[in-house]
Design a protein around this ligand. Structure first.
Ligand code: HEC
Ligand code: HEC
Length: 267
């Protein structure tokens, strides 16, 4: 009688470790298809355009589309995570594993996303990433896609993934429109005194590298994503930074396009 439970226990342990490892693979591959069918095209496609066209992107992907990813990609809790959790130290190797199996489908290998609506995460400050993941999870930064994925992460998972991403090298981006870049550069570097608009460089640093831990890195980010966030701050959809909401409230659509294009080319 004692042999059977021992065998069952072993089988359970094997199932809990080995099986989900390969079970994750199809899930990670299925995710890009789900995104592709629900491109999170920001702003421009929204019908209720304001004076000059930019509106906050509505929650783009329905929860039905976002659901298969997180559900299918739930990895089994594993022993090393438990060890790291006990010490509370970030484990970038565990973070790499989680990121590669779940997040890279949308955010690109090493966090260098090639999809404009999905932000680049490589080289981002870990504290900023943890804050965003916590706020997606709590709904303070509402986003149906990321709420699903962030909800799958424990505090320790967030630390692990953030440590991994912070150590990745960001690939440079490119600005597209010379005229916009000129306007964007002026705004980014000097702000606008009459309108009490502070220079972006003051907080995000002149080259867009940001200042850990508070001010995120912006350089090389896709212009579509940056513009969508400025609109979301301005329209009160992204409510997790009163500071940025105040600044974005002073920007018109043309300035948002201009500064976003400039940021895409910053390095
Ligand atoms: C289905 C596609 C998809 C998957 C999978 C996905 N994300 Fe995201 N992620 C997005 C989108 C889209 C946004 C932009 C949300 C917004 O507009 O606010 C985003 C935003 C983020 C941000 C905020 C970045 C910033 O600069 O503020 C972080 C951090 C993030 N994701 C981390 C992750 C992690 C970690 C995982 C895996 C556990 C993951 N994402 C999985 C699509 C995805
Ligand atoms: C007073 C400091 C300050 C100034 C000036 C400032 N920002 Fe920010 N910005 C922040 C902080 C803090 C955050 C992080 C918000 C959060 O925690 O979610 C942020 C976040 C952002 C984000 C979101 C990044 C992401 O990955 O999602 C964008 C885009 C941005 N700022 C653009 C700008 C632009 C463009 C300007 C100039 C017009 C500007 N900021 C000026 C403090 C500042």
């Amino acid at each position: 009688m004692t042999k059977t439970p021992a065998f069952l226990l072993l089988a359970t342990v094997l199932a809990a470790t080995a099986l989900p490892m390969w079970a994750q693979q199809p899930a990670a591959q299925a995710a890009p298809a789900a995104t592709a069918s629900a491109p999170a095209v920001p702003a421009a496609s929204a019908p209720a355009a304001g004076a000059s066209g930019l509106t906050a992107a509505p929650p783009q992907a329905s929860s039905a589309e976002a659901a298969p990813g997180p559900a299918a990609a739930t990895p089994a809790p594993s022993a090393p995570a438990a060890v790291a959790a006990a010490t509370g130290k970030p484990d970038p190797a565990m973070g790499e594993q989680r990121f590669g199996s779940v997040c890279a489908a949308c955010h690109g290998a090493g966090g260098n996303s090639g999809t404009p609506a999905n932000p680049k995460l490589a080289q981002q400050h870990p504290d900023y990433i943890i804050k965003q993941l916590q706020e997606f999870k709590s709904g303070k930064r509402p986003n149906p896609i990321m709420q699903g994925f962030a909800s799958q992460l424990s505090e320790q998972d967030m630390k692990n993934v953030a440590a991994y991403l912070g150590a990745q090298q960001a690939k440079p981006g490119f600005a597209k429109d010379k005229e916009l870049v000129t306007i964007g550069e002026k705004l980014y570097r000097g702000g606008n005194q009459q309108r009490a608009l502070p220079a972006c460089a003051g907080c995000h640093s002149p080259n867009g590298a940001g200042i850990p831990a508070q001010y995120p890195r912006l350089s090389g980010q896709s212009a579509d994503y940056t513009a969508s966030q400025l609109v979301a701050f301005r329209d009160g959809i992204r409510k997790n930074s009163p500071q940025m909401a105040q600044i974005a409230a002073k920007l018109n659509d043309h300035e948002i396009r201009a500064v976003s294009d400039y940021i895409a080319g910053l390095r």
